[in-house]
Design a protein around this ligand. Sequence first.
Ligand code: GUN
Length: 295
Amino acid sequence: MSARLLDGKSLAAALRAEVAADVAALRAATGRVPGLAVVLVGADPASRSYVTGKEKACAAAGIYSREIPLPAATGRAEILAAVRALNADDAVDGILVQLPLPDPSSERDVIEAIDPAKDVDGFHPTNVGRLVLGLPAFVPCTPNGVLEILRRAGVPLAGAEVVVVGRSQIVGRPLSILLSQKGVDATVTLCHTRTRELARHTRAADVVVVAAGRPHTLTAGMVKPGAVVIDVGVNRVPDPGKASGYRLVGDVDFEPVAATAAAITPVPGGVGPMTVAMLLRNVVEAARRRGAARQ
Ligand code: GUN
C-alpha cells in the first residue's frame, strides 16, 4: 500500500473532544444538557450496533441520550405518535429515527413528522431544501463527515473533479449538493446504478467517494493514480474465522486501490466514526439554537 491512510477514528476522537468542550460550555452558560432521543424500531443487528455506538458517544461527550425501542411490528401511527411526543418534550433537542424502518414505506411520513428544529439527521424536507438553497440547515451526518475528512486531510476541492458513486437520500445525493456548494466548489458527477461506463467517470476523478452499498464497486483499474478515495460502504461478509461470523468490508477493493491512490479511508475506522461525531455536533447545535429561541 502506498496511499496515505485517512484515519477517521482519530479524527473523530478529536472532533468528539471539541464537542465535549462545547457541551461543557453550554452547560455552564445555560444550566442545560443537550439531549438526543433515538427511536429504534425492530432489532436489526446492524441498526442495533449503530444506535449503541451513538448512545455511547453521547455519554462520552456529556450529552443526555434516551432510546425509544419499539417492536418491529409497530404500526406507522404509533411511530408517528412517538415522534410527536418527542417533538413536544423540552428535554429533547435532537430526534433520530434509525433507518431503515422494518416497513420502509413509512419512512417518509415518519421523517416529515420530526420537528425540523430537532432533525439532527438533516433528513426532513425543510432541512434538505435549506441545504439545496445554501441556507443554514442541519446537514446529514455521513456526507458532512466525508467533507470534514477531506477538509482536515487538506484535499483541494475547489475546481476538483469529484465523482460520487451512489445517489441515496442519506449519503450520495446530499453529498453531491454539499460538494458543489459555493465555498467548496467541486465539480461533481453523481453516478448510480444506471450510469453507463462507471469506470470512465471514476478514472477521470481527483476524488472518488463510493457509497453504493456493494463490495468491490471500486476496483484498482477504476482509479486514477494519485486520486483520493473515500469508502462509505459498510458491508457484512461471512467470515467463519471471526467470533461474530462476519467481517466488515467497504465498497472499495482496499489493497489494490490503495496501491494506486494517494489517500484512502479504511473500513472500519474511516467514515463511520465521523458520522457519529457529526451527529453529536448537530445535537449541540440544535440545543444552542433552541436555547437562543427561548431567550
Ligand atoms: N441508517 C444508516 N445511516 C443512518 C443515519 O445517518 N441516520 C439514521 N437515522 N439512520 C441511518
